[in-house]
Design a protein around this ligand. Structure first.
Ligand SMILES: *[C@@H]1O[C@H](CO)[C@@H](O)[C@H](O)[C@H]1NC(C)=O
Ligand SMILES: *[C@@H]1O[C@H](CO)[C@@H](O)[C@H](O)[C@H]1NC(C)=O
Length: 351
């Protein structure tokens, strides 16, 4: 994704505000830090919180989990600790039942902290309930009873140092004991890869086998990957979204067969096979969708529109979220089966 300077794209017509990058600001993170009662994991390479018992059984991929691990390497796991630092492509087996906002070789000995807390605080539960009701219109009465907030604050990578680039992101797990949801929030992703030989990152933490974001049942079958995972594009995570807010991804995760499995269980169909891109656009296959990269002067989901609009134009598609055409950029959304799988990206207008 391009690291261009754009205002967060709101569901109204946008004006450009130079100097503001699309990302979730720290003010929009769930409150975090020692002041909020967070526990910090030990500064240890490939370490984590160890097993934490949780007070409300958390439904995930059909099971209820009574404990979890916050792993330094950018993921929360349910069945066992994850010290693995080079992400293997989902789906993976071996009890890797994980929610992974940013699985990569974090090294909190060098810079930053990994923080977490369980919360049943009334204001946090209210906020979490409100988020679920906002993003899932089918649950207007949802009342959260338990929330986990885990934040990676200004963490750098293995092989880096106290001056190397840092990332800040957060994962929130929410449940009422029956339904469960997760929110990924990205404030700034500037590195993607640790420098261990098996990861292959460079001095800036780029290149090699880049971070993976999504979740995985651990059965070798069910998973969801945020597009761009394990590629250089993952550095632009703070510009992508499935809820119309760059840097934020929200999923229902209790019943993976419906919400997650619907996105990618079974085979991934090659949606490019039908040549959906017109006017010389090149097609990029995605999970349950496609993206047309349009030649100069064309835009639209299928590159069907030949007019350059100097001002934002919104066009509804099969996605719940509109397309925005901005000068030099367009926000493309495509629909994947199941709620939470409308995926929006900022793409260059002219490639
Ligand atoms: C959530 O709480 C509200 C207010 O207490 C209540 O009216 C509603 O029935 C609750 N929803 C569910 C699903 O229990
Ligand atoms: C992200 O970090 C980079 C490198 O430190 C910095 O240049 C950039 O301004 C940051 N972006 C945001 C949105 O904070």
């Amino acid at each position: 994704m391009l690291l261009l300077v754009l205002q967060a794209l709101l569901p109204c017509f946008c004006t450009l505000l130079p100097g503001v990058e699309p990302a979730v600001s720290l003010e929009d993170f769930y409150p975090f830090g020692p002041d909020q009662g967070d526990t910090q994991t030990t500064a240890q390479d490939d370490g984590g919180s160890g097993l934490r018992e949780i007070s409300v059984a958390f439904p995930f991929f059909g099971d209820r989990h009574s404990g979890l691990y916050v792993n330094n390497n950018g993921l929360v796991s349910f069945l066992r600790e994850v010290s693995q630092f080079t992400p293997v492509a989902f789906p993976i087996a071996g009890d890797r039942r994980v929610v992974a906002p940013f699985w990569a070789d974090v090294d909190n000995r060098l810079a930053g902290s990994v923080l977490y807390r369980q919360s049943q605080d009334a204001s946090i539960l209210r906020r979490a309930s409100g988020d679920v009701r906002t993003y899932f219109a089918e649950f207007p009465d949802f009342n959260a009873t338990w929330v986990l907030i885990s934040t990676w604050h200004q963490v750098t990578f293995f092989g880096g140092n106290s001056q190397t680039p840092v990332n800040t992101f957060q994962v929130v797990l929410i449940t009422d004991g029956e339904l469960s949801f997760t929110i990924f929030q990205y404030n700034n992703i500037t590195w993607t890869t640790g420098r261990h030989a098996s990861s292959g990152g460079n001095l800036l933490g780029l290149g090699g086998i880049a971070a993976q974001a999504g979740f995985n049942a651990g059965d070798g079958r069910r998973y969801f990957n945020i597009p761009g995972s394990r590629t250089a594009d993952v550095v632009g995570l703070e510009e992508t979204t499935n809820v119309g807010y760059p840097g934020r991804w929200v999923f229902r995760i209790d019943d993976a067969n419906v919400e997650v499995g619907g996105c990618n269980s079974g085979e991934n169909v090659n949606e490019c096979a039908s040549n959906p891109c017109q006017n010389g656009g090149s097609c990029k296959d995605q999970i349950n969708g496609f993206i047309c990269e349009c030649p100069p002067g064309y835009m639209g989901v299928h590159c069907q529109t030949g007019t350059f609009h100097p001002f934002p134009q919104a066009v509804m598609t099969q996605s719940r979220f509109p397309i925005y055409n901005l000068p030099f950029m367009q926000r493309l959304c495509f629909h994947s089966i199941g709620i939470g799988c409308d995926i929006c990206m900022l793409l260059p207008f002219q490639s």
